[in-house]
Design a binder for this molecule. Structure first.
Ligand SMILES: Cc1cc2nc3c(=O)[nH]c(=O)nc-3n(C[C@H](O)[C@H](O)[C@H](O)COP(=O)(O)OP(=O)(O)OC[C@H]3O[C@@H](n4cnc5c(N)ncnc54)[C@H](O)[C@@H]3O)c2cc1C
Length: 182
């Protein structure tokens, strides 16, 4: 993402990850999904069959290809919807480091704690390894400050996890998916 002007995401990624924010998730609006299975067959599943959980769905364990999704949306008033979008966008721009490249929220929300608050309380805001940095603006984001390599990011993730565990006894979990080899 080169600037906050570009918010690019796909419906396949959003369904697989059960993407969500501000108290709503894909599971609240998905009606059905068509996908291709390992044998090349096209199947369709209903909402329940998605096995949606926090940032998880059936597509997290089965690497099927999502072709299309039908959403069930509530009818609203155009101006009110536009205002809500603006409100959410403004809130994100204010709170998140959208001017720097990142993969979004690094860690999952905790059951009984706010992960970014915990990281902040451990004094980790601004911690940098190579080009990767815990954002000064929002401790839940690791940003590419200066030509970070994937190694820098992974090392910083491990450092943050270890420090939070050492200082609070909480085991924070990764929301990002790491693909490939180091
Ligand atoms: C600045 C920033 C803020 C973010 N904020 C949020 C947030 O508030 N809430 C949230 O939930 N997420 C957030 N994200 C994470 C992520 O961008 C979203 O979850 C997004 O919806 C994922 O869609 P994508 O197209 O980017 O998918 P990708 O990241 O490209 O893919 C996600 C996963 O889905 C798989 N996938 C993609 N397409 C298909 C398909 N057609 N069939 C099967 N599998 C597929 C990929 O292989 C991958 O495993 C944020 C990311 C950034 C960079």
């Amino acid at each position: 993402m080169s600037s906050h002007q570009e918010f690019l995401g796909t419906i396949g990624g959003a369904v697989k990850m059960n993407a969500g924010a501000y108290g709503k998730e894909m599971k609240d609006i998905v009606y059905s999904t068509k996908y291709i299975d390992y044998d090349g067959n096209i199947n369709e599943i209903n909402l329940k069959e998605h096995n949606f959980e926090y940032r998880k769905s059936i597509f997290s364990s089965k690497k099927y290809i999502i072709l299309e999704t039908t959403l069930r949306l509530k009818k609203g008033i155009k101006a009110e919807i536009e205002n809500k979008i603006k409100e959410y966008q403004t809130s994100r721009i204010e709170k998140q480091p959208l001017d720097k490249p990142s993969a979004g929220s690094t860690f999952k929300r905790g059951e009984d704690y706010i992960t970014s608050k915990l990281i902040d309380e451990c004094g980790l805001k601004g911690k940098q390894i190579g080009g990767a940095k815990v954002s000064d603006k929002h401790a839940g984001f690791i940003v590419n400050e200066n030509n970070a390599t994937s190694n820098d990011i992974i090392e910083l993730i491990e450092y943050v996890k270890d420090e939070v565990y050492r200082k609070t006894g909480k085991k924070i979990e990764l929301e990002l998916q790491i693909v490939g080899e180091r």
